[in-house]
Design a binder for this molecule. Sequence first.
Ligand code: AMP
Length: 720
Amino acid sequence: MVPIGIDLGTTYSAVATVSGRGQPMVVKNSDGESTTPSVVYFPANGIPIVGSEAKEYQAVGENDVASFFKRDMGEPGFYQTFHGRKYSPTELSSLVLKKLKADAEAELGQRIEAAVITVPAYFNNGQRNATIEAARQAGLRVLRIINEPTAAAIAFGLSSKTKAGTTTMVYDLGGGTFDVSIVRASDDEIAVLATDGDHKLGGKDWDDRIAGFLAGQFRDEFGADPFEDQESFNDLMIKCEKAKRELSVRDSTKVSIVHNGERGTYTLTRSQFAELTRDLLERTHGIAQSVLNSVDGHTWENLNGVLLVGGSTRMPMVAEFVEEVTGRPPLRGINVDEAVALGAALQAAADLKVEDDLSLDASSGEEFSLPAIRDVTCHSLGMVAENQDRSKYLNSIIIKKNSQIPAENACDYTIRVSANRSANKLEVYMLQGEVESPMECTVLGKYVFTGFTPTKTGRAQVRVHYAYNKNGTVDVRAEQLNAEGGVLDLELTIEPVPEDMSWLGRSPLENDSSASQASSAALVIAVDASGSMSGTPMNEAKKAALSMVNKLDLSRFHVGILAFSDKMAILTGCTGHNGVVKGAINKLEVGLGYGNDACPFEKAMRMMDGEEGSKFIVLLTDGCWSYPQKAIAQAKRVKDEGAEIIAIGFGTADHDFLKTVATCDENALMTDVSNLVDSFSKIAQVLSSDDAPQSASLTMPDGNETKPTGKGKGFFGRFF
Ligand code: AMP
């Protein structure tokens, strides 16, 4: 297979291959050019046109032209519409890739199935996945995604016999993006030590400054704003980009603005241009400085040089600026437009060699080899966690910025699990960013894990893994650890990140209470009224029920009271009226027959018909029932309908029977009559808190205890 590297640029893209003799070379497009504008024109009828022709349509003021879509890559919900059809940045990129593939196939006379594609180093998971998807849509298999500065370093490392052990800064200023990396190159390894960038900073910003300046002059002269008319605007932008290029070779240039039937011609000098854009260069300086600072022991003085990559580094001000900062001119000897594609092609050749599918000319006698590439993560990856006192959410970093790729790390959580499998879920919000506040980080993804196995203790250990793979995309998985040391993979659903993440700005406690207010629930207290309950047991049962009701927020919980023995009596249906519930509890008395023939579960369930939210039955009994099988079958039916049964026994009650009717073993409790009040109060407490968003306690690998969050709404707790 022929090795192909593709530099999918914001403004221009390029394709390269490796010759039979192992030399990287650019593959010309159908116009004989080494770069292709990443521009798509959509004619009213017919197929989209990509490249120089599309750029020409843009130049003559056509509106149905898409460009700069790489800046919005991976942004959910971002579309551009042409002739009534919506196109995502991924689809637009796939059109560019299709054109690059077709042109390269024609030039090389071979089918192209796979390629190494480059992306800016700071591209996040979503942006990288969007790039892989664009390639798939264009019929290309991605051998690997590599970072643009890394590709440039590969090209440079191989083309100029770099001495072993030199450390270089790759300063990559393209059309729409800025990337900077510190790269250490030796004969057998190219290692990226640190990297950062700004994906909203590139040559286009320099164009915009010229446009803003000249449009201002036009406004002053004619009182009309060329920005207000799409055609005048497009025309102006094209002219400004041209003027910028001219200023790379001349001291001054002229630009004519035509708008509203008027024409204004203005002169722009190189020094004016430098003045207008000085702050943009300063921004690149700030980023470069911080990357340099992040590598121990490195200063501008001991760098071996600064390698300029990207079309915008042709602006003389960039080289002057680098010289000003470092005291030395930048490194030369590399074609700034082609370096990235050339490096990608070399990587493709290395990857195909590993796949044993490289069609280089064996007769050349040269064994093709590439130094090992070591790249690093550009951002820290973490997840939303809670601090100890639950007063704020934190960004708990799992994989640190500048970790060597592939990078993997895992965190252990303790979470509460319900016996009701379907109610158990853990929501992991992946964060990208270096700061502690999640509000200032980017939420990259929402990963929902289900399939927990209920445990006897009602608690489960969960390990969440983050893995940066060689493409810089992140795989997330989680497993439940059982007491015997076994692991169970949890099922993962990736959900869209909710648009409203404002809950991160409140405290976990505040969120709990607002969720509590929002969620309603129903509860039936079913009390054994058989003869053996007479006297102290019934008095204690009443006190226990009252203490429970006192602890519940009745605006949320509707409570019903049911007495049962041989018969059943509904003392009140489910209500939020405090007086009614307490009055019903006071009416509890022995006298519905002596035995335990009746079975309260279905009656209790029907009492909750029409109620919203979670449904609970709290059963209190002091003896054995006449028809336990019937009770077990009924209990199963109501549990299947979604009710949670908590069974409390004392006296001659049978613990095993209680376990069978309860939702899980932990929901069955044997106590004694003097502890009833206490037990009911505890249940009330758990009911009040457990219907709130679930939170789990996360133990970071270094042993720091912190609390991560899932904002799961489902009931997620155990009682005892
Ligand atoms: P790239 O994305 O690396 O292809 O860079 C494209 C950017 O480089 C665009 O903003 C171009 O306007 C800019 N560019 C290309 N050639 C020159 C030049 N000679 N002088 C100034 N900027 C240039």
